[in-house]
Design a protein around this ligand. Structure first.
Ligand SMILES: [Zn+2]
Length: 326
């Protein structure tokens, strides 16, 4: 009942007319799993998709959303889904559910992960923290400011804390930090990376045939604000070339690695535009609003898929949209 009210077509139309149309671009990362990351509950996702469909919501791909933004129908409640990175559990369980409901998802891939089977820096930190049996880390000795001794009992907190430090470093310093962290916590032992298996080009092609769009999320997942202009250019052109070589009609939208406001800048936006992309997505929360996208199509916010159906419905409803314009 409450869902019917929130997703009421009449109210949606009225508010789209009165305010400008606010569209939800959801971002999904990993499905729930033993990897220690916050994961999407697949039962919740499926229930949510069913609910959206039952209430006549229209799934739109992110490319269509940008390209057709001047011709959107105010009577429709559009919802868009994006998935970031390119791990096997995403291509095996998350994306098939989105495709089952014709949700027109786009997967933004880290091309070195799939092409060279190289784990990005943040996954290297995650797997190191997961594998270690140390209970604390002398973070100060690794150059991390703040608390010198970091407890590793709460692995999720430790991973976040160390990733936040690493993401601000320049590329070579970030790799050196990741290597030292690995050495300090796991010595020379092989680290178990089972839960960070990349998907494959073959699997991506199968999913593409079923309606998945594939886009680039750079080669290495380095925050662009930490790279030189030449490195940004190379990350973009190399990753796009690899995607084009392997998958037909890649997305014309770019997705920033990490994507919080300190992770990109105007230099990156200029380079993205010059490489032929028509828009770019960030990870700061917010709605797709045509007027704002008109002014700046290269920093469009998204919303993390919430953990509960009720919150997810609220995000796609007039209720939350009304709060967003206040
Ligand atoms: Zn990412």
């Amino acid at each position: 009942m409450i869902h019917s009210l929130f997703l009421s077509k009449g109210l949606n139309w009225l508010l789209n007319k009165a305010l400008s149309q606010h569209i939800c671009i959801f971002t999904l990362h990993r499905p729930v799993g033993p990897h220690g990351l916050n994961g999407v509950d697949l039962t919740m996702l499926e229930g949510f998709l069913r609910l959206l469909r039952r209430h006549g919501c229209e799934f739109i791909s992110v490319d269509d959303l940008f390209a057709k933004r001047h011709h959107l129908n105010p009577a429709k409640n559009y919802v868009c889904f994006t998935v970031d990175d390119g791990y096997q559990d995403q291509s095996e369980s998350l994306i098939p559910i989105l495709l089952k409901y014709d949700a027109r998802p786009t997967l933004f891939i880290i091309t070195d992960l799939i092409d060279k089977q190289t784990l990005p820096w943040d996954a290297q930190i995650a797997t190191t923290i997961r594998a270690t049996d140390h209970s604390e880390l002398d973070a100060g000795a690794l150059g991390v400011p703040g608390e010198r001794i970091l407890s590793l009992k709460d692995k999720r907190h430790a991973r976040r804390y160390l990733s936040l430090h690493a993401k601000r470093l320049e590329r070579n310093a970030r790799q050196a930090f990741t290597d030292r962290l690995k050495h300090t916590l796991c010595g020379e032992a092989d680290i178990d990376t089972r839960h960070f298996e990349p998907t494959s080009w073959q699997r991506l092609n199968e999913l593409h045939k079923e309606g998945l769009t594939v886009g680039t999320h750079t080669c290495s997942h380095s925050p662009l604000s930490t790279l030189s202009k030449d490195d940004i250019r190379q990350e973009l052109s190399d990753s796009l070339a690899v995607v084009k070589k392997n998958i037909p009609s890649p997305s014309k939208i770019f997705c920033y690695p990490v994507g919080m406001k300190e992770d990109f800048d105007e230099r990156a936006a200029d380079i993205i535009k010059n490489q032929g992309f028509i828009g770019a997505l960030i990870s700061e929360p917010g709605y797709f609003v045509s007027d704002a996208v008109e002014k700046n199509p290269f920093a469009v916010p998204r919303l993390s898929l919430p953990a509960t159906t009720n919150t997810a419905v609220r995000y796609t409803s007039w209720m939350e949209k009304l709060r967003a314009v206040q």
